[in-house]
Design a binder for this molecule. Structure first.
Ligand code: ZN
Length: 439
């Protein structure tokens, strides 16, 4: 990939096509298969061969893609990039139906640390995974996306809350219940959400013979398309930049990696809720993959010693209206390059060796680099880096593209930074550009 414009267009397409981690994983899987990667199933016996490329998913929402290089693993180690597929959002509850004043509404839970205010007055849609029984009584799952704006959460008028601009608080149980339908006065029956989903599955997949929806993981998302914005298109505005932007960068870098050297991309679900799950970064997915690749523990540890994980997740750019929220010497700017994230208490996994290596990769790619550390009097966020480092025992560093409005329904990144980070990670996946990693 040689063109920043084309790169950003691909990113916008991905953001639009991936309203949920399930859709993100499916989209990435499709890209890898199209590029000739071999699909693995975790339930099968594996015979992995060097010189081939593989891809595997878990729970339809986490994915590992692996280029098994021709050079011995003991010489090259494995170059790894990690990111996460999930983003904060509103998820539909199991018995969600509400009929209040004749309005059909759905009860929702908040997934992750969502910034709730931006969810008001948006044209929302529904997407996710539906598990159904078909006409032969087999239980199956399918991904659905309503695409059309079918829901909204209207604000309360300022006349009914004069204090709102001074001290607004949002009650997650009461204030953010989306509105889907106004029932006729004769209609006493509240619609059944599972029946609505069944009708949708039958419409989207008539060939599946779905007979009954048993359960679902459905979330709401904003239908406004991702866009390049600003007088000179300096910015990318979209939902889920955290962290589909890094998934996309990792995917493009891996697709353009050196076939001689072993490279891996892992994008996991559930980061926003702590990563503890079968398919999260605190779960065994990567560790088990590496065990199946190299069953002998002695050899595996020696290979990991020569390996590096770049954990890519967005960073906080210094916001011009709130610049006091940053340490004065560590305020990353948008469009000034990827950010190395450092925290003395290991909320980020970066150390001097891994960050030095990343700096030299940026230099080789002729990309500027910045660093971030939280204000000492503020708590620091975290990401999959320290978890992966602890689970797998691989040297790790945390980097990311600087953004504004993290965890909003519409986040903002610089239009140069994704491309910058792509160039650095593409170099990382080229043996000639970073031979031997560590000595
Ligand atoms: Zn993130």
């Amino acid at each position: 990939m040689h063109d920043q414009h084309q790169f950003n267009q691909g990113l916008l397409e991905f953001l639009q096509a991936a309203p949920t981690p399930f859709h993100a994983t499916t989209w990435m899987m499709h890209q890898f298969l199209q590029a000739g990667f071999i699909a693995l199933n975790e339930g099968d016996a594996w015979q992995l061969e060097s010189g081939k490329r593989y891809v595997v998913t878990r729970n339809d929402s986490s994915i590992i893609a692996f280029v098994y290089g021709k050079q011995p693993l003991l010489e090259t180690g494995i170059r790894m990039v990690g990111a996460h597929t999930d983003s904060p959002c509103l998820k539909v509850k199991p018995q969600p139906e509400l009929n209040r004043r004749g309005y059909f509404q759905l009860g929702v839970e908040v997934y992750g640390g969502a910034l709730l205010a931006p969810w008001f007055d948006r044209d929302l849609s529904l997407a996710g995974r539906v598990t159904y029984r078909d006409q032969s009584h087999t239980i199956r799952s399918v991904l659905i996306n309503f695409v059309a704006p079918v829901a909204t959460i209207p604000s309360l008028a300022i006349h009914l809350d004069r204090e709102v601009n001074r001290n607004r608080s949002i009650n997650a149980q009461k204030d953010i219940v989306p509105l889907l339908l106004q029932l006729n006065e004769q209609e006493t029956q509240t619609p059944d959400f599972r029946s609505l989903l069944l009708a949708h599955v039958q419409r989207e997949y008539p060939q599946l013979a779905a007979a009954q929806v048993l359960d679902y993981e459905i979330s709401l998302y904003d239908t406004q398309a991702p866009a390049l914005i600003g007088l000179q298109q300096d910015f990318i505005a979209s939902a889920r930049l955290d962290n589909l932007l890094s998934c996309y960068i990792g995917l493009q870098a891996l697709l353009h990696s050196d076939p001689d050297v072993s490279s891996l991309l892992i994008c996991t679900d559930h980061e926003e809720i702590g990563s503890t799950s079968t398919c999260g970064a605190r779960g065994p997915m990567l560790h088990q993959f590496l065990e199946r690749l190299v069953p002998d523990i002695d050899t595996r540890v020696r290979i990991l010693e020569r390996s590096l994980m770049v954990s890519a997740d967005n960073a906080h750019g210094i916001h011009p209206n709130f610049s006091d929220r940053h340490d004065e010497n560590h305020g990353p700017l948008l469009n000034r390059g990827p950010v190395i994230k450092v925290n003395a208490n290991q909320r980020y996994a970066t150390n001097s060796e891994t960050s030095a290596l990343f700096r030299s990769l940026c230099e080789q790619a002729q990309v500027p680099v910045q660093s971030f550390v939280s204000r000492t009097d503020m708590e620091c966020g975290s990401t999959i880096g320290p978890l992966t480092a602890a689970e797998v025992g691989v040297k790790t560093l945390d980097v990311g593209v600087p953004t504004f409005a993290m965890h909003s329904i519409r986040e903002l990144a610089g239009s140069l930074d994704a491309w910058y980070l792509y160039r650095v990670l593409a170099g990382f996946y080229q043996y000639a550009r970073a031979p031997g990693l560590f000595h």
